[in-house]
Write a protein that binds this ligand. Structure first.
Ligand SMILES: CCCCCCCCCCCCCC(=O)SCCNC(=O)CCNC(=O)[C@H](O)C(C)(C)COP(=O)(O)OP(=O)(O)OC[C@H]1O[C@@H](n2cnc3c(N)ncnc32)[C@H](O)[C@@H]1OP(=O)(O)O
Length: 170
């Protein structure tokens, strides 16, 4: 991967919220209308992630023809959306509401329509209100040792949801 994103080497460890659903359980959608994970989002991605060890969240997704950008390959904006969401879902381990401030995507390989992607989001650590997270997308058919097709990093900032969404929540 050739990203220039810098992960600080002095991150504080992130701690799992004891009240979060157990490892192996589904990550609950944070908003039923969310384009990434909401079950009620018409035309949404409907990601279903499961909590894993080491502050990870994992999901699989088939690259449908409606996700096409270049001929026969996924649109880069869809990859960005998947990455934003998968890191957001991994952050649910922490029991905080954190919104994306920075999203960095390394598109390493073209991803053909029809690929089943395995997406793994992971919390790396914290720095005050910032949560640093990472994500990788693999060809699920390529086996456990395959290199990622794309990878990303994000900085999320913990907010008070009542104040942050006060003006926009329906
Ligand atoms: C109740 C249920 C609700 C559920 C909702 C769940 C949502 C989850 C969704 C999940 C999935 C989908 C996710 C989505 O799609 S979330 C949707 C996309 N994101 C947004 O809409 C966020 C828009 N931006 C903002 O609201 C503000 O800018 C935020 C809140 C991010 C910061 O403004 P705020 O005034 O509050 O904070 P601050 O300025 O004091 O900064 C605080 C710290 O952050 C650092 N910093 C800030 N910006 C940057 C930057 N660009 N690069 C590097 N660092 C940055 C800053 O240096 C400082 O660090 P330090 O000084 O400590 O070192």
């Amino acid at each position: 991967m050739k990203t220039t994103f810098v992960v600080p080497d002095d991150l504080e460890p992130a701690r799992r919220d004891p009240a979060a659903p157990a490892i192996g359980e589904a990550v609950p959608p944070h908003n039923p209308r969310c384009h990434g994970c909401g079950p009620d989002a018409e035309n949404g991605l409907h990601l279903r992630a499961v909590f894993g060890e080491n502050l990870t969240a994992t999901a699989t997704l088939v690259v449908e023809p409606r996700f096409e950008g270049g001929p026969g390959v996924i649109h880069g904006g869809i990859v960005s959306t998947l990455f934003d969401e998968m890191m957001g879902l991994a952050n649910v381990h922490l029991g905080v509401v954190a919104v994306t401030a920075v999203l960095d995507v390394d598109y390493a390989r073209p991803i053909p329509v029809g690929t089943t992607l395995r997406l793994v989001g992971r919390v790396l650590g914290r720095q005050r209100r910032k949560v640093y997270s990472a994500v990788e997308a693999f060809d699920d058919a390529a086996g456990p040792d395959a290199e990622p097709l794309a990878a990303g990093h994000g900085i999320f900032v913990v907010v008070d949801p009542r104040a942050h969404f006060a003006a926009t929540r329906p």
